[in-house]
Design a protein around this ligand. Structure first.
Ligand SMILES: CC[C@@H](C(=O)O)C(=O)SCCNC(=O)CCNC(=O)[C@H](O)C(C)(C)COP(=O)(O)OP(=O)(O)OC[C@H]1O[C@@H](n2cnc3c(N)ncnc32)[C@H](O)[C@@H]1OP(=O)(O)O
Ligand SMILES: [Co+2]
Length: 133
């Protein structure tokens, strides 16, 4: 696994949270993107080497809706960049981690992604991201 690719933050409103994070980090939201398969609207900010992904639920089927209902707005997941997502999925599975998808799926910002269940990762939802070239 390589560097942290992004930190995912669950928010009620990408627009409102985007304004706050823009002021906080002194940088604008550089991109918004809807990911229908995840039922989310995303917005991205880059602060130095660090990328923040704001996530708003599009409907009640979204993991973000369920998370906010239970825990409120806040850090939802940590995503790590990987060179070979299928190899990393195989490695993690062999180590006993519970993967939430059997195959890599399309994420935001031109990435293939896979999630690791927080119950098998010490309480943190982990996302693997491989850039699509
Ligand atoms: C935009 C695309 C992509 C990108 O390119 O970056 C994204 O980031 S999409 C982000 C949204 N999508 C996902 O999160 C997909 C993966 N998540 C899931 O499949 C589910 O959310 C889950 C992790 C399997 C939980 O779903 P479920 O079991 O239905 O919900 P519960 O509320 O019952 O939770 C069970 C258990 O797990 C705890 N939990 C849930 N979410 C998190 C979390 N983000 N971090 C830590 N812990 C989490 C929850 O509190 C429950 O614990 P207990 O109450 O102790 O049972
Ligand atoms: Co993410």
């Amino acid at each position: 696994m390589n560097k942290v690719e992004h930190i995912g933050i669950a928010v009620n409103s990408v627009k409102q949270a985007g304004e706050i994070y823009s002021k906080l980090l002194n940088t604008p939201v550089y991109k918004t993107e809807t990911v229908e398969s995840e039922h989310v609207l995303t917005a991205f900010l880059q602060s130095g080497p660090n990328k923040i992904e704001l996530l708003e639920a599009l409907n009640d089927d979204s993991a973000i809706a369920k998370f906010i209902t239970k825990k409120g707005e806040g850090i939802h997941h940590i995503a790590f960049d990987v060179d070979d997502i299928e190899a990393e999925m195989k490695r993690l599975k062999a180590e006993g981690f519970v993967l939430l998808n059997d195959e890599p799926k399309r994420g935001a910002d031109n990435k293939l992604v896979c999630f690791v269940h927080p119950k098998s990762a010490n309480g943190i939802l982990i996302e693997l991201c491989q850039e699509i070239v």
